[in-house]
Design a binder for this molecule. Structure first.
Ligand SMILES: [Zn+2]
Length: 506
């Protein structure tokens, strides 16, 4: 069966919300591809259907009457006719067999007496049309969302292109914003300092205002800049060009999380371990106070009876240093491991094609998973929240895979960077033991693990896997018969990072 496409939009204000002709055509083309319809011609016009006498509509009807096509594909019956004359003509052509079928993405039509009856109602029913308005707005957004275009005004650094309806990079502002992300990722600057830097570099909003600190914070947490965006709680992969990598974005989020903790920097200087520990008996926070020139830490005992006693800070410092010593690497040893890493890098480059293949497979798998997720959502097997959350996770991973692929193609090996960062942090532990900076120790402990507990005057916590391995290798003894510590660390970690580098970053 051969179909003609018919799209129409009038200039009337009441129809302002209806899909543009371009959007109707996009929807119809997608629909025809999905339904495998053969399209032989397309008619479009911008004229009201309230009164008879549309030229393109008349052309289409004679095209059908002459037998060049068998059916019409249109967005909704109200696009074809909104008066009884035009509606009657369509029905007459159906009755005489000149038109064999009508297809609408928004309306189910069957060429039966009941079908024609329903069609007649749809032609005449303006209430239906009004009811359909909100659905059409949603679909207008949907057309953009499907193209991966954010259906609102572009965030700073981008511009809405009103001609192509895409979102383009704003070359002047984009460069400054990219710089801002880079500065913030170093962890050396506060949001306020970043806001000031933006001001000095001449960054202004569309309205010409200097960006407020809250604005800068919101900006630095927008996934839009690395390629995803959220609309009504759902995440989409944008087709706009990213300003930054997801890696840089993640680094900024880490800094923000960390900086959020150090508002009370002063209090931390006085009581460096405050805010780190919770009570192992009653799960309350551990607080601190000074008695006779010594710092003491104790359970706040806010919830229930708790038998835990005061602990002197010196005792805690000793325990922390003890742990740090276990994961300490001297600068020389760190150098040795870093050199081994360089060798591995050479070797790994040869194996890269396997990794590339795996990443590409993963991207394909994600596509399949997204499809399944959507069906599960449409079949109401998963809730809207679940759907949104899962989709966001899958899309984020997809972007990550894409970045890893590009990195590998540019010649770097993805797991080496986390491994290098890890080795450097082991060397940092040595520095901490030497400097004795307790609030830095707290920061370090927070970064390398979680669930820090104080129980019977003893600190315990769950270190991230590589730190756990490093500590275990250290405890395994320092016998001269064994490999040196750095060797043992390296043997244990080489495999870990090559297999699950992302675990380290979580
Ligand atoms: Zn307690």
């Amino acid at each position: 069966m051969r179909y003609v496409i018919y799209a129409r939009k009038s200039g009337e204000s009441e129809e302002r919300q209806i899909l543009s002709i371009e959007a109707q055509l996009a929807e119809l083309q997608e629909y025809s591809a999905k339904e495998k319809l053969e399209i032989v011609a397309s008619f479009q016009e911008a004229q009201t259907a309230k009164e008879p006498g549309r030229t393109k509509f008349a052309e289409m009807l004679s095209f059908l009457q002459e037998g060049y096509a068998d059916g019409i594909l249109s967005w909704h019956p109200d696009r074809l006719a909104r008066n009884s004359v035009d509606g009657g003509q369509i029905v007459y052509l159906l009755d005489t067999g000149k038109i064999k079928d009508l297809k609408f993405p928004t309306f189910w039509f069957e060429n039966t007496p009941q079908g024609k009856f329903m069609l007649n109602i749809a032609f005449g029913q303006s209430k239906y049309y009004v009811d359909n308005l909100s659905e059409n707005i949603r679909r207008g957004h949907r057309a953009k969302l499907r193209r991966g275009v954010y259906p609102g005004s572009a965030p700073i650094g981008y511009l809405n292109n009103h001609r192509t309806r895409d979102i383009d990079i704003d070359p002047e502002r984009a460069q400054i914003i990219g710089k801002g992300f880079e500065l913030y990722a170093t962890g050396k600057y506060t949001l306020k300092q970043i806001a000031r830097a933006f001001k000095n570099m001449g960054l202004r909003s569309q309205k010409g205002n200097v960006l407020a600190v809250s604005c800068v914070q919101r900006m630095l947490s927008k996934s839009f800049y690395y390629g995803l965006f959220k609309f009504k709680g759902e995440t989409y992969q944008g087709t706009h060009e990213p300003l930054i990598t997801k890696k840089l974005f993640d680094e900024c989020q880490e800094v923000m999380k960390f900086r959020g903790h150090i508002k009370t920097r002063k209090a931390e200087k006085t009581f460096p371990f405050r805010g780190l520990l919770t009570c192992g008996e009653c799960k309350c926070a551990i607080t601190a106070e000074t008695q006779k020139g010594h710092n003491y830490y104790r359970c706040t005992k806010k919830r229930e009876m708790c038998s835990q006693k005061y602990v002197r800070e010196e005792l805690l410092t000793e325990q922390v240093k003890n742990f740090l010593q276990k994961v300490s690497l001297s600068s020389q040893d760190a150098e040795k491991i870093l050199r081994e890493l360089d060798k591995d890098e050479q070797k790994a480059k040869l194996d890269n094609h396997v990794v590339l293949q795996n990443l590409k497979t993963e991207i394909t798998d994600i596509g399949v998973k997204l499809d399944k997720l959507l069906s599960a959502y449409l079949d109401e097997i998963v809730s809207a929240e679940e759907y949104a959350a899962q989709k966001e996770k899958l899309l984020a991973r997809k972007v990550e895979c894409g970045e890893e692929i590009r990195e590998i193609e540019n010649g770097s090996v993805s797991w080496l960077e986390p491994a290098r960062a890890f080795v450097k942090s082991l060397n940092h532990a040595t520095e901490l033991v030497q400097s004795g900076d307790k609030s830095e120790m707290t920061t370090f402990l927070k970064q390398i693990g979680s669930n820090h507990i104080l129980f019977d005057k003893c600190i315990s916590f769950s270190p991230k896997i590589p730190y756990k391995l490093a500590a275990e290798r250290s405890e395994a003894g320092n016998s001269h018969l064994q490999n040196p510590y750095w060797r043992r660390v390296w043997d244990a970690l080489g495999t870990f990072f090559a297999q699950v580098p992302n675990q380290f970053l979580v």
